[in-house]
Ligand binder design. Structure first.
Ligand SMILES: Nc1ncnc2c1ncn2[C@@H]1O[C@H](COP(=O)(O)OP(=O)(O)OP(=O)(O)O)[C@@H](O)[C@H]1O
Ligand code: SF4
Ligand SMILES: [Mg+2]
Length: 528
């Protein structure tokens, strides 16, 4: 899958919540590696408390992630121009030192594991602990390495990069300035059109246009000024790029340089953004809740509820005719009659309220929407309508969904791929159908067996998922599912299974993945 199809690249993502008791944390999300593709619906299933909502929320940056890397490709790095880029380039030697320290940690812990493995006097437990520690150290090193190589590519191999970083910084800043000026120009252009419209309006009504004409020439003057600056910046940018190209040419043919150069990556590292930078991205990423009742302010009309975000994100300057027309358009798209714009939430049915919640999110033209049990509180027939609405809206705007639901039939119906979570980790991920037909993980098998089927001879399967979910405060060692898994062996109780792509697009974390082919369970199609 090429990078331009990717919206998120997530590696070793962790979200731990501290508890009041010192030193204890709830490991709600505990090392997730996954990519989310543009335009897909990624379904997410797993028992209550396994971390589905937390995963969705941490992607939306409603929490600051505890560890790991979340790269976002919905906007270019240059247009957002986050401070960490400059900070990393300026302090490159410090970052490289830290990388060297982490590399040493990793090498030491890998060596320790090798050493213990050869030493017969060591307990199995000690050997396995060393292996787990070495795998963790490798992940930490790898993320720190990507922090740097992502920004400077092949130049990471240059011993003293003090000649190169000013060039990289200059090219980045000129390019960001270019984006900023373009944004200003577009906004001014819109304003010019608005003033021109109101001048024509005034002329028709034989009213004076003096003030408006003056405003118009002020705006045009501004546009000329910015355009001139933009030309200068374009020249500076071209020069900066030329210098960088020359520096790269000097290294061309060097295999090590080229290998690192391929890791250059234009993704925005969400975990390194400041709060104000996150705020800029917030409109891109929306959340649709389970409970439309509690998330709608009862004292605001639908128009105000949908308009609130539009004003906050400066889609419109004020709540005027234009904004109302826009809100009505979105309402209509979401199956709400535009005349309802002045009504209050209590005057709607449950399904309609969910439509208001959807309209509020989609009005901001997001790229990514987390639907967290978005239909779970609705009657089955209404559920189907809302799911179909979400599908239509997705097609129209090429949205990407993370669709969380405890209802496997619903997830199967709407998803392109399905991820299965257990105690803070993904345990399996595959194209939706394959999760059912080529199940690889014992936990997935157990979850599927728990779906009520029409085939009564299947009843025996229901007993597969025995026992309680262990506590996410102190999850079991090794494979976290081993306390409930009927296929577990010695290694499962000690060693964390690696997340592997066993077949193309089919990932699993299990020492003994299943291979038997499965019957497709009777998922109830959710259609009207
Ligand atoms: N803000 C928080 N502070 C502390 N612990 C939290 C917080 N949010 C979630 N948790 C804990 O993290 C774990 C994962 O919770 P999460 O809500 O993500 O699960 P879920 O898979 O969405 O469950 P459900 O299907 O019930 O919605 C749970 O043990 C939960 O108690
Ligand atoms: S790793 Fe072992 S315990 Fe875990 S799911 Fe696989 S077989 Fe079961
Ligand atoms: Mg939840």
């Amino acid at each position: 899958m090429s990078d331009d199809k990717i919206l998120f690249k997530i590696s070793n993502l962790k979200q731990h919540f501290p508890l009041k008791t010192k030193g204890l944390t709830v490991k709600a999300v505990n090392g997730v590696d996954v990519q989310i593709f543009r335009g897909e619906t990624l379904g997410l299933v797993g028992e209550s408390g396994c971390g589905k909502s937390t995963f969705g929320r941490v992607l939306l940056q409603l929490y600051r992630q505890t560890d790991g890397k979340t790269l976002y490709y919905g906007q270019s790095l240059e247009s957002l121009a986050p401070a960490y880029v400059k900070e990393t380039l300026v302090n490159l030697s410090k970052y490289k030192q830290r990388l060297a320290d982490l590399q040493k940690d990793y090498q030491d812990s890998a060596a320790l594991h090798e050493q213990l493995k050869e030493d017969d006097s060591q307990s199995v437990q000690a050997v396995y602990e060393a292996l787990n520690a070495s795998q963790e150290a490798e992940k930490r090193y790898r993320n720190a390495y990507l922090d740097i190589v992502q920004l400077i590519g092949g130049f990471i191999i240059v011993e003293d990069p003090s000649q190169i970083t000013p060039l990289l910084l200059d090219a980045f800043q000129q390019s960001s300035e270019q984006h900023r000026l373009q944004g200003l120009l577009s906004a001014l252009q819109l304003e010019v059109e608005e003033v021109q419209r109101s001048i024509r309006h005034a002329q028709k009504g034989n009213r004076s246009t003096g003030t408006k004409e003056r405003r118009l020439s002020q705006l045009q003057e501004k546009i000329r000024g910015i355009s001139a600056t933009q030309e200068r910046v374009a020249q500076d940018l071209a020069k900066a790029n030329r210098l960088l190209d020359d520096a790269r040419k000097e290294w061309s043919g060097n295999e090590e340089f080229e290998t690192h150069e391929r890791l250059r990556d234009n993704g925005i590292d969400l975990s390194r953004l400041t709060f104000s930078e996150i705020r800029v991205l917030r409109k891109d990423m929306q959340l649709i809740f389970q409970d439309p009742y509690s998330s709608l302010n009862p004292r605001m009309t639908v128009g105000q509820i949908i308009g609130e975000g539009l004003l906050a994100h400066r889609f419109f300057k004020r709540d005027g005719e234009e904004m109302q027309a826009y809100v009505m358009g979105v309402m209509e798209e979401c199956g709400l009659a535009p005349y309802m714009i002045h009504r209050y939430p209590h005057q709607f049915s449950g399904g309609q309220r969910q439509r208001i919640g959807i309209a509020r999110s989609l009005a901001l033209k997001p790229q990514f929407v987390v639907c967290d049990e978005a239909v779970s509180a609705l009657d089955v027939s209404i559920q189907a309508q809302i799911i179909n609405l979400l599908r239509d809206l997705k097609e129209k705007s090429n949205l990407t969904y993370l669709f969380i639901s405890h209802d496997l039939a619903v997830v199967k119906y709407i998803s392109d791929r399905i991820g299965v979570m257990y105690l803070g980790n993904f345990v399996e991920l595959a194209p939706a159908r394959m999760i059912f037909t080529d199940t690889l993980h014992p936990y997935t098998e157990a979850l599927l067996a728990a779906i009520p089927t029409t085939d009564r001879t299947d009843q025996g399967k229901m007993i597969l998922l025995e026992g309680d979910i262990p506590s996410p405060i102190k999850p079991p060692e090794g494979c976290k599912f081993h306390t409930r898994c009927r296929y577990k062996t010695e290694i499962c109780t000690h060693v964390v299974p690696l997340w592997r792509e066993l077949e193309a697009g089919h990932f699993v974390a299990c020492h003994h993945p299943l291979t038997r082919s499965k019957d497709v369970p009777d998922a109830v199609p959710t259609q009207d």
